[in-house]
Design a protein around this ligand. Structure first.
Ligand SMILES: [Zn+2]
Ligand SMILES: [Zn+2]
Length: 382
């Protein structure tokens, strides 16, 4: 399927303003939020498409590139080789103050840089979980060495609250405007305030513990919940749990935890379904059998192989897969039957099989019929 034009996705003209962009995104994201469309499996992909369009068009640099090259910009997708992965935006974030902007500002590292940001860096931590945890969800935690506000000065960077003064040169704005003469013109140049280095504050008694940094690196235990049925690569945002600004002030960045689901010993996951291959011997295919295996939901699964099965047949165990995304019910476990062929046959066994060959082997006189039958079956199943 061809990738849709970002402006078309958001229903906007190419000359739309930032405000119109934000409004269109908010309204479409609310309409298509998977939480509000539990019965519509398409909602999630539409939600992601809207997110991607907004991520690019809300970044001035990326929007210029997109306007110039469309989807075929040199260097490939701006989101890297894997393309856009989507982000978790809660429904609440789409109302009022709009917590969603900070989610998007992480993608292209800053975007419009206007002096010193008043937010610390966002941090991304990759966290691996088992497939059982991904299926069932639950509380977990991780340990990381991260910056946190200095305990002794509470992140102020000054020993006492009085030790933080508003810079008088820039009146706390962090930036100063200077008029410079360029030929016949007067050009106004805005730059970081030289007195406070763009901070807007002057620390008169730096905290001794953090040497005026306002933060310290500490081993932290971060507790968080995994939603049941989470997909690989999901990013969870923890607001203001990222890096505090160096030198205090402002707000800390956000902390993102990216979920990596570890491989299971025999299952492969396909959305809410699980796939596995089951080797069974020729007698079991012929006569049927029951196979019991431990399952990731904690209860065993019983695979009922009917008599007269063929290698390549698939069996569906309904409702034993992953929870379906935001909907009700669970996906299936699909079992692919494979023929188990022993590597070595003891002489005695070989002899027995040779004796049975007339009954269970192929009849060479009928081989053309058999081949024809097989071809018909294959064409039917296509
Ligand atoms: Zn301190
Ligand atoms: Zn200043």
């Amino acid at each position: 399927m061809a990738k849709r034009d970002y402006y078309e996705v958001l229903g906007l003209g190419r000359d739309s303003t930032d405000d119109e962009l934000k409004k269109a995104f908010r309204s479409l994201a609310r309409k298509n939020h998977p939480d509000k469309n539990p019965d519509d499996p398409e909602a999630e992909s539409r939600f992601k498409e809207i997110q991607e369009a907004y991520a690019v068009l809300s970044n001035p640099e990326q929007r210029r590139r997109y306007d110039m090259f469309g989807h075929d910009a040199p260097g490939g997708s701006p989101f890297g080789p894997g393309g856009f992965e989507g982000v978790n935006i809660s429904f609440d974030d789409l109302f009022g103050g709009g917590g969603f902007e900070s989610v998007f500002s992480q993608f292209f590292g800053g975007g419009s840089s206007r002096g010193r940001s008043n937010r610390g860096n966002d941090i991304l931590i990759r966290h691996s979980i088992t497939m059982a945890m991904a299926m069932l969800g639950g509380d977990t935690e991780l340990e990381a060495n991260l910056y946190t506000p200095c305990e002794s000065c509470e992140g102020r960077a000054a020993s006492s609250p009085d030790g933080v003064k508003t810079c008088s040169t820039c009146s706390g704005r962090g930036q100063v405007a200077q008029n410079r003469k360029v030929g016949p013109f007067i050009q106004q140049v805005v730059s970081d305030c030289p007195n406070c280095n763009g901070d807007g504050r002057i620390i008169t008694d730096p905290c001794k513990e953090c040497r005026g940094e306002g933060r310290e690196k500490k081993k932290q235990t971060i507790k968080f919940g995994i939603p049941a049925g989470v997909s690989d690569g999901t990013r969870m945002r923890m607001g203001e749990r990222g890096e505090p600004l160096r030198g205090g002030g402002g707000r800390p960045g956000d902390l993102y935890i990216q979920i990596n689901i570890l491989e299971h010993e025999w299952y492969e996951r396909d959305g809410s379904d699980l796939l596995m291959a089951l080797p069974v011997g020729y007698p079991e295919l012929l006569l049927g059998t029951k196979v019991v295996l431990p399952h990731i939901d904690g209860k065993d699964i019983t695979i009922d192989v009917p008599a007269g099965s063929n290698p390549g047949d698939t069996l569906e165990l309904k409702g034993r897969g992953f929870p379906r995304s935001r909907g009700r019910g669970r996906g299936n476990v699909t079992v692919l039957l494979k023929l188990f062929v022993p590597e070595k046959l003891p002489k005695k066994v070989k002899k027995k099989i040779e004796d049975m060959q007339d009954e269970i082997g192929i009849d060479h006189d009928l081989i053309e019929d058999l081949v024809r039958q097989e071809a018909r079956k294959r064409r039917r199943s296509r």
